[in-house]
Write a protein that binds this ligand. Structure first.
Ligand SMILES: *[C@@H]1O[C@H](CO)[C@@H](O)[C@H](O)[C@H]1NC(C)=O
Ligand SMILES: *[C@@H]1O[C@H](CO)[C@@H](O)[C@H](O)[C@H]1NC(C)=O
Ligand SMILES: *[C@@H]1O[C@H](CO)[C@@H](O)[C@H](O)[C@H]1NC(C)=O
Ligand SMILES: [Cu+2]
Length: 721
């Protein structure tokens, strides 16, 4: 294949999220996929990642086309056959009109119905929930998969647009090139048009002048001599484009004096990056010679140790954990812990008010789809050798299904840590040494939102703890600058808005917030939210001590009592309890949310991006369960005004005492980039725990057996074999 068309091909593929570049460009085999070429009979669509994955030529890579899957559980995602059926109904509903499907997922049965269901009861009626656009309008539809009946719901009450589709984004790539001004702008920067790639970024929302059309802001980069084109921004050029008409609305051209940063040292690929490869002389791997200790029943029901939960991929949330239950130590009965948990929204505001940067305030779940952007995991390096993988079936923008293979992995982890231990000092007589291994089960996915990668782990521990972890890695989006060294910068005057990472590259300061929806059901739906406030108390003078710390428990009556800002100097524990489920000694059964290093938003509450992401105004919220309140930044996040957020719902101040309640927790990261984040960022991790409090009658892993040498495999080092 000659160079020109290869470049065009690169160009084409980069249209989809950059994600695709990371995976496809690094694979040399583009030329060895002739079918792709054939398929690309000028249909942009054919080369979309979606189609690429489901293309018959890739059957081996897909492994399972899932065409024969049937649902087994009320919460099982739509199968290929169900999506095809829904697709037919959607098509006839729009009766020849041009439409785009932005979401096609299971419409979950009512919670009471799901809770009542027991295998092998027949499944409740299967329905599809559809979000579509046609003739400039948002549609919310329900398709009854048995009768094929389509019902339409009011979609006019809230602002914004649904998630963009991959096809939306892909179609954008050609838009700027149809504009002679764009060509002139790029050429004026000394960049060859064959080397330019533009990625579509959501525009945020900054006032009613932006209403009435779906906009996207394209930012352009030079791909010359690197796969890490993010490090070569054509700074200051923003191409504002209409997503529906593909028309260029405006070209911003602000950075004429800023050079394109150099390519040298930016590549991260093993075969391209400079320097020696560092290899441990002795590789490390966890082995399970007798196989895993978990089972996945009926595709989605996971059973491990004392845990059982339903696990499924979701185009918007990534993964959804449902009906998490754990076995009671004393009775052996399964007890409810959480009805459903998932990442509800992400907010990533960049802290640079200049024209080419101010709008960068991304809502990665509601604008792009956290699950849609979660690509196949890389065995051995994304997940250990003992992992099992789960595929997703998602809908393309025409409503047809495709398979996203290996989207989720599940594995047991033993990291050499102790579940508990004690050594008794021999001065008391007998020598006692007791230690138990800490093992856990991890469900993982990785979403690659353009430059950034988010690794999300749901880790279940044998002692009843659930740890949710979010790790950030990937590429820090950078700003081009005329500075090549800090000695050129007058720090009092020059506004860098970040850190000079390399010559002509600034890593702009930003935040990452991830909001988790946690529908806790501790021993059933009716729960209360308990603030276990820790306060300083003073003694009455009858003790040598002057002060001590004391807990003061308050049950939240209404939603406003549970709008919580975390403070190190005014601490509390936050428990979700079942007030009518008391332990033998009288404590209510509960789980607490344990915040780890977290960050709060420093934006003004009236700043447009903050209003749209008002779920970051507090770190913890509690709302009464409401089937239609799932997405903390609103159902239609794209260009939303902030009229459908968790803040708006919570301000209704509804009763939450002894009710079916949902806990919302926002994990935050402030990110002041540093040189080590260049050219690709080492993983940074934070998370939170859901920890049993007075849920079990004693240490739940008390009777766990220790490891003994003879039960463990002995692997001889190759050298000594
Ligand atoms: C812009 O440049 C591209 C690539 O050379 C070319 O295909 C396109 O026709 C040009 N657009 C205009 C309007 O001249
Ligand atoms: C406990 O907290 C409640 C609510 O904040 C407050 O009204 C009460 O005075 C506190 N009790 C003590 C002993 O401090
Ligand atoms: C449920 O949520 C929707 C959307 O916020 C709202 O319109 C409705 O009033 C809520 N229902 C109740 C009972 O709060
Ligand atoms: Cu960051």
């Amino acid at each position: 294949m000659e160079g020109k068309s290869f470049l065009r091909r690169l160009f084409l593929i980069s249209a989809v999220a950059s994600v695709v570049l990371l995976t496809i460009i690094t694979l040399p085999p583009l030329p060895t996929k002739p079918d792709l070429h054939e398929c690309a009979t000028n249909s942009v669509w054919c080369t979309a990642k979606n189609r690429f994955l489901r293309h018959p030529a890739d059957a081996a890579a897909v492994g399972n086309d899932h065409s024969g899957d049937v649902p087994h559980h009320p919460l099982d995602p739509l199968t290929v056959q169900e999506m095809n059926r829904a697709h037919k109904s959607i098509k006839s509903f729009f009766a020849g009109k041009v439409y785009g499907v932005h979401s096609l997922v299971l419409e979950e049965a009512d919670k009471e119905v799901v809770l009542r269901w027991r295998k092998p009861d027949p499944l409740p009626p299967r329905k599809a929930s559809v979000i579509a656009r046609a003739a400039g309008k948002n549609y919310i539809l329900t398709v009854d998969l048995e009768s094929s009946e389509v019902s339409q719901h009011d979609a006019t009450q809230i602002s914004g647009y649904p998630m963009v589709t991959l096809e939306d984004m892909q179609s954008m790539i050609y838009a700027p090139l149809a504009n002679a001004d764009f060509n002139r702008t790029i050429l004026a920067r000394g960049v060859d048009l064959a080397d330019v790639t533009c990625l579509p970024f959501s525009p945020g929302w900054y006032g009613e002048a932006e209403d009435g059309r779906r906009l996207v802001k394209l930012e352009c980069f030079s791909m010359k001599d690197t796969a890490n084109f993010y490090m070569r921004p054509i700074e200051g050029v923003i191409v504002v484009t209409d997503l529906d008409t593909k028309q260029v609305v405006e070209i911003v051209d602000k950075g004429k004096h800023i050079p394109i940063p150099k390519a040298a040292g930016t590549d991260y690929r093993l075969n391209v990056a400079n320097g020696p490869i560092i290899k441990l002389p002795n590789p490390i791997s966890m082995e399970q010679p007798n196989g895993p200790n978990f089972v996945i029943e009926d595709e989605h029901l996971v059973k491990w140790a004392n845990w059982e939960f339903h696990l499924k991929p979701d185009p918007r949330a990534g993964v959804v954990i449902s009906r998490a239950r754990t076995r009671d130590l004393d009775t052996g009965v399964m007890r409810d812990v959480m009805y459903q948990g998932f990442a509800s929204e992400l907010f990533v505001p960049y802290m640079d008010p200049e024209e080419a940067w101010y709008f960068k305030t991304y809502m990665d779940a509601g604008e792009y789809g956290f699950g849609l952007q979660a690509l196949a995991l890389e065995p051995l390096n994304d997940c250990p050798r003992n992992a099992k993988y789960m595929d997703a079936v998602f809908a393309a923008s025409d409503g047809t299904p495709y398979v996203r293979s290996n989207m989720i992995c599940l594995f047991e982890r033993y990291a050499g840590d102790a579940a508990w231990r004690h050594t008794e000092n021999p001065i008391t007589g007998e020598m006692i040494r007791e230690a138990r291994p800490k093992i856990s089960l991890v469900a993982r996915m990785v979403a690659s939102l353009a430059n950034y990668d988010y690794i999300v782990d749901w880790e279940f521990h044998a002692d009843g703890l659930i740890n949710v972890k979010v790790s950030l890695t990937g590429i820090v989006i950078v700003k081009g600058t005329s500075y090549a060294n800090m000695n050129q910068v007058n720090e009092d005057k020059a506004e860098l808005y970040g850190t000079l990472l390399s010559d002509n590259i600034v890593g702009v300061v930003h935040d990452h917030f991830i909001n988790f929806y946690l529908d806790m059901d501790i021993d059933g739906p009716d729960n209360s939210f308990l603030n276990v406030h820790l306060q300083r108390h003073y003694t009455d003078g009858n003790s040598p001590r002057k002060s001590f710390m004391k807990v003061n428990k308050t049950v939240a009556k209404t939603e406003k009592d549970a709008q919580i800002k975390l403070k190190l100097t005014d601490p509390s524990e936050f428990h979700v309890i079942n007030p009518s489920k008391r332990s033998r000694v009288g404590n209510p059964a509960g789980y607490k949310v344990v915040a780890a290093g977290t960050a709060a938003s420093l934006l003004d509450p009236e700043d447009a991006p903050q209003r749209r992401n008002a779920f970051t105004n507090n770190q913890i919220w509690v709302t009464p369960y409401n089937k239609s309140e799932r997405w903390a930044g609103g159902l239609f996040a794209y260009q939303s005004h902030g009229d459908d957020t968790l803040q708006v719902w919570s301000d209704r101040d509804r009763d939450i005492e002894n009710k079916d309640i949902v806990l919302w927790y926002t994990l935050g990261f402030h990110h002041v980039p540093c040189q080590e984040d260049y050219p690709i960022m080492p993983t940074v991790t934070s998370g939170f725990d859901l920890k049993p409090v007075n849920f079990f009658s004693r240490n739940p892993v008390l009777r766990v057996a220790p490891y003994v040498e003879r039960e463990l495999p002995v692997c001889k080092a190759a050298a000594s074999a």
